[in-house]
Ligand binder design. Structure first.
Ligand code: ARG
Length: 247
């Protein structure tokens, strides 16, 4: 049997076609990463990524379907088709990029430190934490965890399932410092830091956050990058940014 160029084209997976046919954009994320994706008191998902996902679905003319997923299985879930895209504050890393494609970054962040107040003035940067006397926390499977292991190798590292638990450990004085993405630390500091924490807010890593999609789908990536450029320049990005981040 003769295989035509058109057959090959058809066999290629086009996520965009599937979304349009289904009438739904299924977005994978893990709620808890403030202010990008959280669960509000009524149980609704809210935040920067959620609002952007809603704009995206609107621009496609389809329904937004949130899919809350555990962080450590989020890439396998994308690959096995549980959702169409990861919009979850994911840092572009070379390691992840071997498994998925990333659209252009939508924001740049970096690791910062929430320090127990008893160390105020003594610990001034991540370098001062590089000592076995310090217990440092972060979240399992994140770039925060990677930064601690790579850049603060001599501390005692303690991993947590959620970012909030990891930060509370420092509030409660059971750990000395929490290392995590700047925007989360800004929100946590404002909510629970007063009188308990010191915020070392100079990022010490470079972390572009981007939407992740399955490999081999240039149609979808092209649409996403053009959508991103458009929202960044027509006021939609600014409105969402000011609502959740500029505060
Ligand atoms: N930017 C960090 C990373 O990619 C943390 C992201 C956590 N996101 C979440 N929705 N819990 O590892």
């Amino acid at each position: 049997m003769q295989v035509s160029a058109a057959d090959i084209e058809l066999a290629k997976k086009s996520t965009l076609e599937e979304i349009l046919k289904r009438g739904e954009l299924r977005v994978g994320f893990e709620a808890g990463y403030m202010p990008f994706e959280m669960t509000d008191k009524k149980g609704n998902f809210v935040g920067f990524d959620i609002d952007m996902a809603k704009e995206m679905a609107k621009a496609m003319g389809v329904k937004f379907v949130p899919v809350n997923t555990a962080w450590d299985g989020i890439i396998p879930s994308l690959i096995t088709g549980k959702f169409d895209i990861i919009m979850s504050g994911m840092t572009v890393t070379q390691e992840r990029n071997l498994k998925v494609n990333f659209a252009d970054p939508y924001i740049i962040v970096g690791q910062t430190i929430l320090l127990n107040k008893k160390h105020e003035g003594k610990v001034l940067s991540y370098k001062d934490l590089n000592d076995p006397q310090y217990i440092v926390t972060s979240k399992l499977g994140t770039t925060g965890e990677q930064a601690v292991k790579r850049m603060i190798p001599k501390c005692q590292y303690k991993s947590f399932e959620t970012e909030t638990e990891a930060a509370l450990e420092v509030v409660n004085g059971k750990a000395d410092a929490f290392v995590y993405d700047l925007p989360f630390c800004v929100v946590f500091m404002a909510q629970q830091g007063a009188g308990k924490l010191v915020f070392l807010d100079q990022p010490f890593t470079y972390e572009p956050l981007a939407w992740a999609v399955n490999k081999g789908d240039p149609d979808f990536l092209n649409w996403l990058n053009n959508f991103l450029r458009q929202v960044k320049n027509d006021g939609r990005y600014e409105r969402i940014y000011n609502k959740w981040i500029k505060g």
